[in-house]
Design a protein around this ligand. Structure first.
Ligand code: HEM
Length: 319
């Protein structure tokens, strides 16, 4: 009897191990994925990001945005890094990306160094996930442990990039549903929007707000109009007063009705996220905690694992 019981116990444990461990996308990735095959990976990425951010502080923001635009379009699979060719249309020229996403050369540099250290081992998708985390840390933000083991897509979709990334004209309900479609809660959405504590936006992304909206601090609108005509142009403006510091100033701006994008101010406009925005505006520890947790969640959207996809040799091209 004892041996029968022990057989069932062992079988159950084995079954849990085999099926339980990998039933969610999350469980497929692991922070130690390259610990034997590329032990210096984290140092190589951090060193290169340090150089890039020292050269231009905004690069930390640009790489973070690249990662978001990768993950929201069919998962974190480096699809955004693929160049268009005569026979291939990728995501770089989709509306949210065209003349706007930047930092591709930095990822190229990191990939070259990673290939030199560990040939044909590390995916571009994992490099982007690590680089995004490092950009945040280098600008004074919180850190998190990056799950690894993503593989690179052999396809990309311009139409999915157009349809799945939220536009700056989105209202609160649309923002919540866009994130919900990716398995992220309204709280995740509000915390992740705190990424706008770093970086800049072009006048074309916020001209309508500063000229036509009522829920805006009038002196903030006047200041922004000085370099952004109603007809709009490509001039840049920071999202908050400290665009090179990853802090909670973005939420203070929202509470003061100084959100730059229409979509930013939607988080504080007498709606369901007002209380959380107020909390983040006064409690940087709460923002850091929720941002880090939401980044880990976002970083695990539909990864390609196992034998799916490939390890690209050049992040811009399928092998
Ligand atoms: C909530 C919905 C979001 C909308 C509607 C949105 C929209 C935008 C827009 C329109 C810009 C400026 C683009 C330009 O004018 O060229 C921008 C910049 C940026 N976004 Fe978002 N975004 C959202 C969420 C996020 C998330 C979740 C992240 C990252 C976790 C993120 C990170 C950034 C960063 C860092 C920049 C500045 C990039 C730079 O300076 O190069 N955004 N976003």
């Amino acid at each position: 009897m004892a041996s029968v019981l022990s057989f069932f116990a062992t079988t159950t444990v084995l079954a849990l191990f085999i099926f339980g461990c990998c039933s969610t996308a999350n469980a497929q990735l692991s922070p130690t994925f390259y610990s034997k095959t590329c032990p210096n990976l984290l140092t190589v990425v951090r060193t290169a990001m340090n150089q890039a951010v020292t050269k231009e502080r905004r690069m930390g923001a640009s790489i973070l945005r690249l990662f978001f635009h990768d993950c929201f379009v069919n998962g974190c699979d480096a699809s955004i890094l693929l160049d268009d060719t005569a026979s291939f249309t990728g995501e770089k020229n989709a509306f949210p990306n065209r003349n706007s996403t930047r930092g591709f050369e930095v990822i190229d540099t990191i990939k070259t160094r990673v290939e030199a250290a560990c040939n044909a081992t590390v995916s571009c998708a994992d490099i982007l996930a690590l680089a995004a985390r490092d950009g945040v840390v280098l600008l004074g933000g919180t850190s998190w442990t990056v799950p690894l083991g993503r593989r690179d897509a052999r396809t990309a979709s311009q139409s999915d990039a157009n349809n799945q990334l939220p536009p700056p004209t989105a209202d609160l309900a649309a923002l919540i549903s866009t994130f919900s479609a990716k398995g992220l809660s309204a709280q995740d959405m509000t915390a992740l929007s705190g990424a706008h504590t770093i970086g800049q936006a072009q006048c074309s992304s916020f001209a309508n707000r500063i000229y036509n909206e009522a829920n805006i601090d009038p002196s903030f609108a006047t200041t922004r109009k000085a370099s952004c005509p109603a007809t709009s142009n490509t001039n840049l403006a920071p999202f908050d007063t400290t665009p090179n510091s990853f802090d909670n100033d973005y939420y203070k701006a929202l509470v003061g009705r100084r959100g730059l994008l229409h979509s930013d101010q939607q988080l504080f406009n007498n709606g369901t996220q007002d209380a959380l925005v107020r909390t983040y505006s006064t409690n940087v520890a709460a923002f850091n905690r929720d941002f880090a947790a939401a980044m880990v969640k976002m970083s695990q959207i539909s990864p390609l694992t196992g034998t799916k996809g490939e390890i690209r040799s050049n992040c811009r091209l399928v092998n």
